[in-house]
Design a protein around this ligand. Structure first.
Ligand SMILES: [Zn+2]
Length: 443
């Protein structure tokens, strides 16, 4: 009997943890009033706006007052700024692969859950996982969608497509030998429903000293991209140089997982990319060699001290030839981003850094490249949603969309660093209790 009761009690406490910790979608309505609205579309801010959330979606967005329905939670937005939740269009969720060396596949869910908490704490309400241990990321995505874990919305390629010995072949990649083999393997992957299928087209690997590695044969890549399209699946490609980006355009790719790092993105190229509507993930913090941003309060709040020390000591940041090579690329990449933006290319903020606060640094580098904060915010919200293919559901504060949003204490259109001045985070209209998230700031 005692055992039974104990069991029952522990079941109840588990159930309570579930309810409190995961907070299932609430149907309660929420009104944010008298707020400065930055809707994520690139439109100028609106002072004195009101936003009504019902059943997890934006029910009404107005330039003035809205009368709240009885029982609605009212949030006074006076002196505050409301923007959509941030979306990172390029990460690899930690917990699916070992850190260094041969990138052995692991499944470390506790580590993954901590990473998800850091994303939410940082105001990131969705991301695209651009290559991971398929089993791990697929399960995380299922759990997020079922409301079993507290997490940003997870979208994933599940497993990326690479040639034998090619970039991305290992640590979770799907190796394709020929068309017949490719169709068989893509069919198997399609059962796992990739949100956006990723290919790689990399000749030398990213590094100061290149060694040639195999590429998917052009004709094979063309056919496999077409096969994905026949199955209603959009495609993105890892590229880093101009010639291979052009080949990826020829293959019919819908998006690129990076901008062009190794060559100048000339006007001619930018015009073609704009014309085809190909969306590019910015991934500029991938080449950052200065680590001073790691001391910003949001980074300190979300990344444990030993992990920050490790980042500083890593090859990217430790002053090695690799660091020097990366930092030498920085001005050219910033110029490329500006050229692409000016030509009308849709750029999506993406970090390829896989830690919660990094999108804020990426936004900062985008602005440093000569792009306005309001445009940078669009890249980190609506454009990133478009990259993933979910702009009809998330990415802007517009009626009908899911109510993923951030309330900020300071104006990010005046200083983009103010995206870090987070007052509250909401996912699907549900307030996230940041003080209860498993991040260093709360320990
Ligand atoms: Zn990546």
């Amino acid at each position: 009997m005692t055992t039974k009761i104990t069991r029952y009690l522990s079941f109840v406490s588990l159930a309570l943890t579930f309810v409190v910790g995961v907070s299932p979608l609430s149907a309660q309505s929420l009104l944010v009033k008298n707020v400065t609205l930055i809707d994520g579309t690139g439109a100028p801010s609106v002072v004195g706006a009101s936003v009504l959330v019902e059943d997890g979606r934006f029910a009404k967005v107005a330039n003035g007052d809205i009368t709240a329905s009885p029982g609605a939670t009212v949030v006074d937005g006076t002196g505050k700024f409301l923007m959509p939740g941030i979306i990172d269009s390029h990460i690899h969720l930690p917990g699916g692969r070992a850190g260094a060396g041969n990138r052995e596949m692991v499944i470390d869910r506790p580590f993954g859950l901590k990473s998800l908490a850091a994303y939410l704490y940082s105001g990131v309400t969705a991301f695209y996982d651009s290559g991971n241990n398929a089993e791990y990321i697929y399960q995380m995505r299922e759990d997020e969608r079922a409301g079993r874990i507290l997490s940003p919305r997870i979208y994933a390629t599940v497993s990326l497509i690479a040639p034998p010995e090619g970039h991305g072949c290992c640590a979770g990649g799907t190796v394709v030998n020929d068309y017949e083999d490719g169709v068989k393997k893509l069919d198997a992957l399609f059962k796992m429903k990739p949100d956006l299928l990723k290919f790689t087209r990399e000749r030398r690997g990213m590094g100061p000293v290149g060694r040639n590695i195999p590429l998917l044969e052009q004709d094979l890549m063309n056919k496999l991209v077409a096969y994905a399209h026949e199955n209603d699946i959009r495609t993105t490609v890892h590229v880093s140089e101009l010639a291979l980006a052009r080949e990826s355009i020829e293959a019919g790719a819908d998006a690129f997982a990076h901008t062009v790092y190794l060559d100048e993105a000339n006007k001619d190229f930018a015009d073609i990319v704009a014309d085809r509507g190909i969306i590019l993930s910015t991934t500029m913090t991938r080449i950052e060699a200065d680590t001073s941003f790691l001391d910003d309060p949001l980074f300190v709040a979300t990344i444990p001290e030993d992990a920050r020390r490790e980042i500083r000591a890593s090859e990217r940041f430790n002053g090695s030839p690799y660091t020097g090579w990366l930092s030498s690329l920085r001005p050219a990449i910033m110029k490329n981003i500006k050229t692409l933006h000016d030509a009308g290319v849709i750029l999506a903020m993406g970090t390829d850094r896989s830690l919660g606060p990094f999108p804020h640094q990426e936004l900062r580098v985008i602005v440093e490249s000569g792009i306005s904060p309001i445009e940078a915010i669009r890249m980190g919200t609506l454009n990133a949603a478009a990259y993933i293919g979910v702009a009809n559901e998330i990415g802007s504060i517009e009626e009908g969309k899911l109510a993923d949003m951030l309330l900020l204490n300071a104006d990010p259109t005046v200083d983009i660093s103010n995206t870090m001045e987070i007052h509250s985070v909401y996912k699907g209209g549900v307030w996230i209790d940041r003080a209860a998230l498993d991040v260093p700031a709360n320990q």
